[in-house]
Ligand binder design. Structure first.
Ligand code: NAI
Ligand code: MG
Length: 508
């Protein structure tokens, strides 16, 4: 097969394992789109390369959807919404169908985990423990809401009681376009589709061009789960073409996006022309604040996990460490020692804890930030380089002697790069932690309840963790302050974002 970049011969330490027969079948499939419960060819021949970032090799092809393909998918979803074939079903049938899709993922969990590891580069063990069960949880949690989304009977303020009957009903918003990133492909897919489906919407899902395999495999199970044709449509393709056309399409009522803040702004602008409903879950530069009373032996490895898990490619990555001056050196030593655990390995190695980055583009972006940090005067304590290998590996990196003005401190790197800073007082660290255009998450580590609560109140972020990190649960709302997003996903708010309120007033 063709290679994406020149393959250089290296020692055998980064050799990827052979793929299973099931994974090979998924990779060899003819590029196609899932529309109206059928696999259909694109209107044109354009395809995109599927690459294994552990090796840098091409392993398959997917469709790069054309404008006509996007229009076809939207028309299908529109028709399926407008005739009520899904929204008018008894809620218990919608609930059961969503749960059946979750069952089918569980029944194929090993294959999904392997495909995720091949496509994204994440260690197969983490995909098995985190991504696949998480994907199932999102479906099952939202399935229950299908039968619990009610309206309200309310009396008007200015009319005599008994003269009108007025109520507020909740209706599905309509056709949802859902655009997701590459860092947790299947998890993001089910996180997006589950509230839309539970609310009675129909949808078009566009996975990221780097990681479409598991969304396509998920589509294989849509009809088997019992979804009527046209309810779930999956199209693959580039963001600036297929994604942009979806966002602008007059047949779409709501856009839900997870990805970069830069593209979130473009999507917000494009959706404004037709005043579509928009939910945006964007980037972050989340602070990890460690107070002087902690047990450094426990907290340093946790801080390392907060930045190196998933190669740092997480919106909530704890990328800015603020350690109290009295424990700063020990914290940096502890995180540095923990990097041994996060040494990059090929994704199918059962011993791998950190894989490569998702793509050459992402690796170049991350290495560019590290170089900029060095140029700006930051000191590399550990890492700062890439191992000699054909895949897109970057060694876990810790930078100190950083200044608030440096790009490594201000911008989302989305790689295994931690910047560490000292502080003396709570007020000072709160100010520094909030000195960012982002506001997605933060973690605070202390045994002192009063300091914990005082800091939690000061931090401008959608999620604050105390003595833990990256705990994201389907039942709890998730989203960003400031430029980390608009709206909330998950929990009651997550499904309400797929509804419109209708106030009905009837004179008696
Ligand atoms: P991106 O934001 O460009 O891509 C995310 C999704 O948006 C993909 O499905 C893509 O096809 C789509 N997209 C791109 N341009 C679009 C447009 N004009 N209209 C509609 N859809 C569009 O992210 P990218 O370029 O892959 O990564 C760049 C940076 O974004 C990363 O380094 C990271 O900092 C950040 N990012 C943040 C994520 C998060 O979870 N918050 C996830 C992925 C990336
Ligand atoms: Mg992009």
């Amino acid at each position: 097969m063709a290679t994406v970049h020149p393959i250089v011969e290296h020692t055998d330490s980064f050799v990827q394992r052979d793929y299973s027969p099931a994974a090979k079948r998924a990779l060899e499939r003819r590029p196609a789109l899932f529309i109206n419960n059928e696999w259909v060819s694109s209107s044109h021949r354009a395809t995109l390369i599927v690459e294994d970032p552990s090796t840098g090799r091409e392993v398959g092809r997917i469709v790069d959807a054309s404008d006509a393909d996007v229009d076809r998918a939207v028309a299908t979803a529109r028709g399926a919404f407008d005739d009520g074939r899904w929204s008018n079903l008894p809620p218990k049938v919608r609930e059961r169908t969503i749960n059946k899709l979750a069952d089918l993922i569980e029944a194929h969990a090993a294959e999904f985990a392997e495909l995720e590891a091949i496509d994204n580069g994440k260690p197969v063990g983490f995909a098995t423990m985190v991504d696949i069960p998480g994907a199932v949880d999102h479906l099952r949690y939202m399935a229950g809401w299908a039968s619990k989304l009610g309206g309200e009977v309310m009396d008007p303020l200015a009319l005599p009681r008994g003269t009108v009957f007025s109520y507020v009903a909740r209706e599905p918003v309509g056709v949802a376009a859902q655009i997701i990133p590459w860092n947790f492909p299947l998890l993001m897919a089910t996180l997006k589709i589950s509230p839309a489906l539970a609310a009675g919407c129909t949808l078009i899902l566009k996975p990221a061009e780097q990681t479409s395999l598991t969304a396509l495999r998920l589509a294989d199970f849509v009809a088997e789960a019992g979804f009527p044709p046209g309810v779930i449509n999956v199209i693959t393709g580039n963001g600036h073409t297929a994604g942009a056309r979806l966002v602008k399409h007059p047949g779409v009522d709501k856009v839900a996006f997870t990805g970069s803040t830069e593209v979130g702004k473009i999507i917000s602008r494009n959706a404004t022309d037709s005043l579509k409903r928009v939910t945006l879950e964007l980037g972050g530069k989340s602070p990890v604040i460690v107070l002087p009373d902690v047990n450094v032996e426990e907290v340093a490895p946790a801080a390392a996990g907060g930045i190196f898990f998933n190669s740092g490619q997480i919106c909530v990555a704890g990328s800015r460490l603020f350690a109290h001056r009295s424990i700063f050196d020990r914290m940096v030593e502890g995180v540095t020692a923990a990097t041994a655990f996060w040494k990059p390995r090929p994704s199918l190695d059962p011993q791998a804890h950190m894989g490569p980055l998702v793509s050459k583009e992402q690796m170049d972006r991350v290495m560019g930030y590290i170089e900029a940090g060095k140029r700006d005067g930051a000191t590399v304590v550990v890492g700062g380089d890439a191992p000699a290998a054909n895949g897109y590996y970057v060694n876990p990196t810790v930078l100190v002697n950083v200044k608030p003005s440096m790009s490594v401190v201000r911008e989302e790197i989305f790689g295994p790069v931690l910047v560490a800073q000292r502080f003396d007082t709570l007020d000072e660290v709160a100010k520094a932690a909030n000195d960012t255009s982002y506001g997605l998450a933060a973690s605070i580590w202390t045994k002192d309840v009063s300091s914990m609560l005082r800091l939690a109140a000061k931090i401008k972020a959608g999620t604050v963790w105390g003595n833990c990190q990256a705990v994201i649960d389907p039942a709890l709302p998730f989203g960003g302050f400031k430029q980390s997003g608009i709206g909330r996903e998950q929990g009651r708010e997550g499904i309400e974002a797929y509804t419109e309120l209708k106030t009905v007033i009837i004179q008696l």
